[in-house]
Design a protein around this ligand. Structure first.
Ligand code: NAP
Length: 293
């Protein structure tokens, strides 16, 4: 298969590039923003026409949730228009597009896990622009997979695990939000899920295109996630002492963008369709040293 990866230096982009580099059956073109700015339709068309991918995986996004409230135009350019150009180009060359989306398309007030057919109601610009991207991808390309995920962490890039380890090494106590719940998701597991789906498409299997949820289990609060991160770090001798952790409410930690209090995504559909298991984030934390860079 011929795979074009966008946003190749992001958390998921890096994992995709690393994993596909080991796959002898994949010819990969992994590009960063400098080589392929997805908001530039001419560049998108030129790259796709020349490389002729069978699969496009869009790992590029504007992911700064709070900054998005001010960078409205930029958010829509990257999260809606870019995916639209990629999907349109994919359709022209007969490729499938695998696009990543987010739990932030939901309001977060549901009791229980969100399934793919649940009504969306994003609360901020990031979520709204990502939802607009989903719609554009679905409209532009018949062969599309939209993988909604949540609470992503990987060895590369910025994420909660890295922030905790950094702050924990300099502070005695940390306040962590305890009333938002979700599934931490390892970037390597997202990449693996996307590659498994890509292979099924490439070998001509009949699959159901559309939206799938993929995230980690068990579901926890940010506070519980932090507890596990520090327990693992202490257990493995990465840090001597666990900082004091205080569970605080969302109200006590105001941010420019409103976050969903419930980000729990059901992974039943992807499991039934592709036998892909939820991300085991605790296992991914075992190599805690890898998140200190
Ligand atoms: N992070 C999370 O917790 C989370 C949660 C739910 C869903 N998601 C979704 O998961 C996907 C991957 O997220 P991630 O955490 O891997 O994101 P990330 O680490 O922020 O990476 C995004 C990448 O996209 C690149 N990019 C930005 N604008 C671009 C453009 N115009 N053209 C090409 N590349 C561009 C960025 O490059 P620069 O560094 O140069 O800006 C960066 O390398 C995204 O679709 C995101 O919405 C993430």
């Amino acid at each position: 298969m011929r795979v074009l990866i966008t946003g190749c230096y992001g958390q998921v982009g890096c994992s995709l590039t690393d994993q596909l580099a080991k796959d002898a059956n994949a010819t990969v073109l992994a590009l960063d923003r400098d080589s392929l700015d997805i908001t530039n339709q001419d560049v998108v068309n030129a790259v796709v026409t020349e490389f002729k991918p069978t699969i496009i995986i869009n790992a590029a996004a504007h992911t700064a949730v709070d900054r998005a409230e001010e960078e409205v135009e930029l958010s829509y350019a990257i999260n809606r228009d870019g995916p639209k150009y990629l999907a349109k180009a994919a359709q022209v060359v007969g490729a499938a597009i695998l696009h990543i989306s987010t739990d932030y398309v939901f309001e977060g007030d549901k009791v229980g896990e969100y399934v793919e057919s649940d009504i969306t109601n994003p609360q901020g610009i990031y979520g709204k622009s990502k939802l607009a991207g989903e719609t554009a991808v679905a409209e532009m390309c018949d062969k599309h997979i939209i993988l909604r995920t949540a609470w992503v962490f990987g060895e590369k890039g910025n994420n909660f695990v890295k922030t905790m380890l950094r702050l924990g090494s300099t502070r005695d106590a940390l306040n962590i939000v305890g009333d938002q719940f979700g599934g931490p998701t390892y970037a390597g597991d997202i990449a693996n899920a996307l590659i498994q789906i890509a292979k099924r498409i490439d070998q001509g299997d009949v699959i159901e295109f559309g939206i799938y949820h993929f995230s980690g289990l068990p579901h926890v609060s940010w506070y519980e996630f932090a507890e596990t991160i520090f327990d693992t770090a202490v257990g493995q001798g990465l840090i001597q002492k666990k900082p004091g952790l205080n569970s605080i409410t969302t109200e006590q930690y105001p941010t420019p963008a409103k976050r969903p209090s419930n980000s729990r995504l059901s992974t039943e559909k992807i499991n039934n369709a592709f036998a892909i298991e939820a991300s085991n984030w605790k296992t991914a934390l075992n190599n805690i040293q890898a998140y200190t860079g």
